[in-house]
Each structure stands twice: as structure tokens, then as C-alpha cells.
Design a protein around this ligand. Structure first.
Ligand SMILES: [Zn+2]
Ligand SMILES: [Zn+2]
Length: 265
């Protein structure tokens, strides 16, 4: 807790500040995050172009970190001769994870076999480079599950982001050692995600994220989301768990340090 302002310090573990939604006021949005006591932001790369933009953001702001991933939506665009460039980006000192990666059969922008191939390649790289993974999965649980909880069990560490699955799915992910991260969806009425966050995820496996510009929490629902909103997500989860907000903030920050190897000040 920041004693002077009374604000809690939290981390946004999943942001897309490079998206064009922020083109007109990106600097102001980053400043807002600072004012809201967001201690760190992890900006997520989803293809070669956005990985480079994420790295650029991290290079110019000491509290922003970057990840390198080929999103399932972009799997089809990734050509075999581009992996050398990907690996080079991966080695950048500001890269803290591989992601977001996974399978998405909801949008279905890339064929399933291509999505799987691109995911597998990145999981091999995560093991090889000893980096955590940020996992995106939608309507693909039956295929995602065996890859992460059987094939790569014990070989990988990572987080299942924007979790909105079932209790059984949360249990499988937790049993296999992964973290689970929640967005503003927990603030929506009848949110199953809130129930999972409150009752199924141990405090030492819980992470917070905005997934901005998407998923703005109440009272901003429907508007553009930004990292400054992450305290609202923390507050909602702390309330639902019947615990002190400062304690939730402290523990989730420790989780960030543990998973991503970042020092949160
Ligand atoms: Zn995602
Ligand atoms: Zn995302």
C-alpha cells in the first residue's frame, strides 16, 4: 500500500498498448497507469510486428516489459523462414515470456493444424530458452488440455490468461502447476470467472490483467480498457475472497516476480 495516496500497487500482466486503439494518446495512458500505481505492465506480442512494438515500449519505459508470441489468430501468417527472426527477438533482454500463444477455435482465423504446429514450435522454444508462457485458449480446451497438462507437464511454467473456463478446467491447470489470470470480466454480473477467482484459485497462483484495450471492468464496461483499470479488478477479487486488498496486491505482485522474473518495486 502506498501510504501517502492510499492506493494499492498492482501489475497489469497482459496489455496491448501497441494496438492502434492507443495511437492518439498512448503516452497519456501510460502516465495514467503510473498515477494509478500500476507497478509494472507486461505488453504482449502477438506477431513479429507487435513483438517489435512491445520491445520498443519496454525500451522507453522502465516499468513496461514485453513478451514474444505468435497468437493463434496470426499462426497462418508465420512462415517457416521467419523463425530465426522470432528467436532473435526472443533473446532481447526486455522479453520476459513467450506469448500469447495457444489455440483459438472460436474465431478460427487459422486452420487448427497450423495453430497446433505454431504452438508446438513455441513451446519447444519456451523449454529451450527457459521462458514462461502466456496461454490464450478459446473453444479449444479439448486440444489445449493434453498439450499443457500431459505432454509438457513439469517442463513448462506459465499462465492461462483471461480465464473464463469451468471449475474442472481451472483445477486441471492448477494441478499441472500453472498460474491463472483474470481480466475485468470478474466485475461483470453473473461472472463465472469471479466465482473461480474467489473460490478455486489459491492466492499464490493468481494474476491480474486488463487485456486492454478489451474487457474494461465496471464501471468502464463497453469503453476502451487501459492498465489504470487493473486496481478495479484487484478490488473485485479481494471483495469476493473476503480479504484485504493490500494483501491481494502484495501476493499477486510476488506471483509476477516468481513467474516472470521481474522485480516489482
Ligand atoms: Zn488472449
Ligand atoms: Zn491478449
Amino acid at each position: 500500500m502506498d501510504q501517502k495516496s492510499g492506493k494499492i500497487s498492482v501489475v497489469d500482466t497482459h496489455a496491448h498498448l501497441d494496438f492502434e486503439n492507443f495511437n492518439s494518446d498512448r503516452d497519456a495512458v501510460i502516465k495514467n497507469a503510473r498515477l494509478a500505481n500500476v507497478a509494472a505492465i507486461i505488453n504482449i506480442g502477438i506477431n513479429l510486428e507487435t513483438i517489435k512494438k512491445s520491445i520498443a515500449l519496454a525500451e522507453s519505459h522502465d516499468f513496461i516489459y514485453a513478451t514474444a508470441g505468435i497468437h493463434p489468430h496470426d499462426a497462418n501468417e508465420m512462415k517457416s523462414d521467419q523463425w530465426d527472426e522470432f528467436i532473435e527477438l526472443l533473446r532481447h533482454p526486455n522479453i520476459v515470456a513467450i506469448g500469447e500463444i495457444g489455440l483459438d477455435y472460436y474465431r478460427d482465423y487459422s486452420p487448427h493444424d497450423v495453430q497446433k504446429k505454431i504452438l508446438e514450435r513455441q513451446l519447444e522454444l519456451a523449454v529451450e530458452h527457459d521462458l514462461p508462457v502466456v496461454v490464450h485458449t478459446r473453444n479449444a480446451w479439448q486440444d489445449v488440455m493434453p498439450i499443457f497438462t500431459e505432454q509438457y507437464r513439469g517442463k513448462l511454467k506459465g499462465v492461462f490468461h483471461c480465464f473464463s473456463g469451468l471449475e474442472s478446467e481451472a483445477k486441471a491447470v492448477l494441478d499441472a502447476g500453472y498460474f491463472i489470470s483474470f481480466t475485468g470480466v470478474v466485475t461483470f454480473k453473473n461472472a463465472n470467472a469471479l466465482n473461480i477467482a474467489a473460490h478455486y484459485v489459491p492466492l499464490d497462483r493468481l494474476l491480474l490483467e486488463t487485456d486492454c484495450p478489451f474487457m474494461a471492468p465496471e464501471p468502464f464496461r463497453g469503453k476502451r480498457c487501459e492498465p489504470a483499470h487493473v486496481p478495479y479488478i484487484a478490488k473485485k477479487i479481494a471483495e469476493a475472497r473476503g480479504m484485504d486488498l493490500a494483501e491481494l496486491a502484495k501476493q499477486t505482485n510476488q506471483n509476477v516476480e516468481k513467474l516472470f522474473g521481474i522485480k516489482i518495486i
